[in-house]
Design a protein around this ligand. Structure first.
Ligand code: THU
Length: 153
């Protein structure tokens, strides 16, 4: 028997320590969360991406009375641009307050991974909290031991 060790390193920043572009994405993600359509969960999630060309795009969760028809903020945002994503920032608000920290759901991690692999560029993920932001080095780091397109070959 041998054991595999799966390790993920996450850098934890005080919000005030974030460099300019990370701070911009942090604010853009919270701003995007304010326009979420979340009448059922009342959990407002925003995502902001920095594309390769320097453009910043954002999106939010879109719910539906037929619940499974809704979509998370991360996927709403990642499905639109046909481009590699350098950084994805995620933030949430509840009752008009910033949520302390949000980490993406499993389905979004799978989509983040596919985007990363499709363009062969690491996607840094910034998880935005009230006082701190967690920087994960890649989508793969958020979904170790994953199923991906290489399994289909
Ligand atoms: N949600 C996201 O948008 N992103 C996540 O990573 C987790 C959950 C949304 C889905 C649903 O609209 C609401 O938050 C409550 O689960």
């Amino acid at each position: 028997m041998k054991e595999l060790k799966l390790e993920t390193r996450v850098a934890v920043y005080a919000v005030g320590e974030l460099d300019n572009i990370y701070r911009q994405l942090y604010e853009a993600a919270f701003e995007a969360s304010k326009k979420a359509y979340a009448p059922y969960s009342k959990f407002h999630v925003g995502a902001a991406v920095l594309l390769e060309n320097g453009e910043i795009l954002s999106g939010n969760n879109q719910e539906n009375a037929a619940y499974p028809s809704g979509l998370c903020a991360e996927r709403t945002t990642l499905f639109y641009p046909d481009a590699a994503v350098q950084i994805l920032a995620i933030a949430a608000m509840k009752d008009g307050e910033r949520v302390d920290l949000i980490t993406p759901c499993g389905a979004c991690r799978q989509v983040m991974l596919e985007t990363e692999q499709r363009y062969n560029k690491p996607m840094k993920v910034l998880l935005c909290g009230k006082e701190e932001a967690y920087l994960v080095p890649s989508a793969t780091a958020l979904l170790p031991f994953c199923f991906s397109k290489s399994d289909l070959i």
